[in-house]
Design a protein around this ligand. Structure first.
Ligand SMILES: Nc1ncnc2c1ncn2[C@@H]1O[C@H](COP(=O)(O)OP(=O)(O)OP(=O)(O)O)[C@@H](O)[C@H]1O
Ligand SMILES: [Mg+2]
Length: 381
């Protein structure tokens, strides 16, 4: 299967007063096209830092120190860490979208819901729309439009540079051409469509007349998801995006991700604490511990045949209905990443630790097709 994203030896540190937090310790990972990839692990293990590093939205004091994030799209391969900030901005929310847990911080309280979802369409698809209008003008052969063709071509170029304020100014100067109104109407209709797909009740009314404060938390989160999906991203990253929804809505949205993956998005990275969601929704799973990837495999392999001792205890700590007595928990605490344990970072909590585990970081090996493990138990055998 071909990869949409190849992450190689990604290292991210945070330079804090307490010292350097070594949050990502040479992560390497492939996300295949058409796959929902679940990223799991205890709180603080680096899931959010990993996806934020991919999106290049790590803020100071964080620094992506080294590595490669190769994005494969339409036959091109681009190292996202080497892209200019301008090109990266164009790519974000367009080819790669990310949804966070907290919808309030993502929505503007003074814009209507319709305006906010439409804005995403208008902004990122302006290039397509300009190209479409240009093609229409060209094919209509209407001579009187010729000067406007140049004007639109200029706007098209500005859209490519993503200079939004300038584009809007230029568009508003076209006196006879109902560009702005037509584009807005089309964007609003598309917004209503996507909101209907996300089961927003009375989507048209919500789009036209509601503001974020009129909506419940679950509904707001669906609007944030609509904004993220508006541009048919090739890769959708969901960082605990459904965790604060009630279970029925969460199940509906996850079901919808599955449907949308077939028609709109090609791949999804799903970060969650809920292993039940992973089992239901994902095809591949990556297990992280203290800034390292311990195990990556197909979902059945992880659940039926986990290899890494950390994956095993993580699965054991999930409550089961049939379970009697005390719930198992993972002994010890997640290490301080300013002074992480040497060698394998899990060794102080590992039931199977050997001498070598405290000295050397285990290499990742493929122990069966598609099943990668970084553990000394399986090395040198
Ligand atoms: N701004 C920051 N300054 C210092 N350290 C940070 C910062 N952001 C993250 N970290 C550290 O990076 C490590 C990974 O954090 P991250 O947020 O990726 O964890 P996570 O796996 O997403 O956890 P959770 O499941 O709780 O969301 C943690 O040790 C955290 O303390
Ligand atoms: Mg997180």
């Amino acid at each position: 299967m071909t990869a949409i994203l190849e992450i190689k030896d990604l290292v991210t540190n945070f330079y804090t007063y307490e010292g350097v937090v070594k949050a990502l310790n040479k992560i390497s990972l492939d996300i295949e096209k058409g796959v929902t990839f679940g990223l799991v692990g205890e709180s603080g293990c680096g899931k959010s830092v990993a996806v934020r590093s991919i999106m290049r939205i790590i803020q100071a004091p964080g620094v992506v120190e080294s590595g490669q994030v190769i994005f494969h799209s339409n036959g091109d391969s681009t190292d996202l860490l080497k892209l200019s900030e301008e090109s990266m901005r164009d790519l974000r929310g367009n080819q790669i979208s990310m949804i966070f847990q907290e919808p309030n911080s993502a929505l503007n309280p003074i814009l209507s819901i319709g305006e906010q979802v439409s804005e995403s369409f208008l902004f990122h698809q302006k290039k397509d729309m300009c190209a479409k209008v240009l093609a229409n003008l060209n094919s209509s052969g209407c001579k009187t439009f010729v000067p406007w063709k140049h004007y639109l071509r200029f706007i098209y170029q500005m859209a490519a540079k993503n200079d939004r304020a300038f584009i809007l100014k230029l568009l508003s100067r076209i006196p006879f051409f109902k560009w702005d109104r037509r584009a807005k109407k089309e964007a609003l209709n598309r917004s209503i469509d996507i909101m209907e797909k996300l089961h927003v009740p009375d989507a048209e009314n919500v789009a036209r007349n509601s503001y974020p404060h009129n909506l419940s938390g679950g509904l707001k989160q669906r609007i944030v998801i609509a904004i993220a999906l508006a541009c048919n991203p090739e890769l959708l990253i969901s960082d605990e995006a459904t965790s604060n929804l009630d279970v029925t809505i969460q199940a509906q949205i996850l079901e919808l991700f599955k449907e949308l993956k077939k028609e709109i998005i090609s791949s999804i990275i799903l970060i969650t604490h809920d292993l039940g969601i992973v089992a239901e929704t994902c095809e591949r799973v990556g297990v992280m511990y203290a800034g390292n990837l311990c195990e990556v495999a197909d979902v059945e392999m992880i659940f039926n045949n986990p290899k890494h001792p950390y994956t095993k205890v993580l699965l054991d700590s999930v409550p089961k209905i049939s379970q009697e007595g005390k719930l198992l928990s993972i002994e010890g605490n997640v290490p301080n990443l300013v002074t992480p344990p040497p060698g394998c970072r899990f060794h102080p909590r590992c039931r199977d630790a050997m001498d070598i585990c405290s000295r050397e970081l285990p290499a990742t090996i493929e122990i069966e097709k598609g099943h990668l493990v970084a553990c000394h138990l399986y090395l040198n055998k």
